[in-house]
Design a protein around this ligand. Structure first.
Ligand code: HEM
Length: 166
């Protein structure tokens, strides 16, 4: 009896230590590295955030649109379309439109894509140039590639309303 007791105590202590460790492990937030990071609760994988947040929310979209429009104006293919347009207004509409597309808390009250682009004679090369200018802006803003692709996948089918020149 006296010989067994210390062993039983050691075993119990070992089990409790084991329980404590696994309880700590179970309480770690997903993606954290307990004790290893300055901000241990920050998710490691940015793709775990909703796509709208990966774009920086509405302020992120506003900043993105400024660079996107700068790129459109620096691009000889797209510049002729935008140089006489109300670019500030277009940016405002694009922010709302992209916000809706990314499931953000916005509503788009601008014109529909077919009527706004009617008569512009946009062809496939013009459309692709605009998409490239958008990609450049998104990369400059460090938007994760998966999030970029989610937006582009939703914009791509709009070509049917926008491209009117074969
Ligand atoms: C997926 C691609 C595109 C999207 C999502 C898009 C979206 C928009 C939006 C939201 C507006 C503002 C609508 C409003 O004022 O109510 C707009 C206007 C405009 N877009 Fe696009 N657009 C696309 C492609 C293009 C392309 C390829 C061109 C030409 C290269 C173009 C040229 C213009 C111009 C010039 C305006 C201003 C029209 C005006 O002020 O009357 N867009 N676009």
């Amino acid at each position: 009896m006296y010989k067994i007791l210390p062993c039983a105590l050691l075993l119990a202590a070992g089990l409790m230590a084991g329980t404590t460790v696994s309880a700590q492990t179970a309480m770690q937030p997903a993606g954290s590295n307990a004790g290893g990071d300055a901000y241990p609760t920050a998710p490691r994988d940015p793709s775990l955030k909703p796509v709208f947040e990966q774009f920086g929310g509405k302020p992120g979209l506003v900043a993105l649109m400024n660079d996107f429009m700068d790129n459109l104006m620096a691009d000889p293919v797209t510049r002729p379309f935008f140089q006489n347009a109300d670019r500030e207004h277009i940016k405002v509409e694009l922010v709302d439109q992209f916000c809706v597309i990314l499931d953000g808390p916005c509503s788009y009250t601008g014109k529909d894509m077919a009527s706004v682009h009617r008569g512009m004679n946009v062809d496939r090369a013009d459309f692709n140039a605009l998409v490239e200018d958008l990609q450049k802006a998104m990369s400059k803003h460090d938007i994760p590639f998966r999030a970029q692709n989610k937006l582009l996948a939703k914009l791509a089918p709009m070509n049917r309303q926008i491209i009117t020149k074969p």
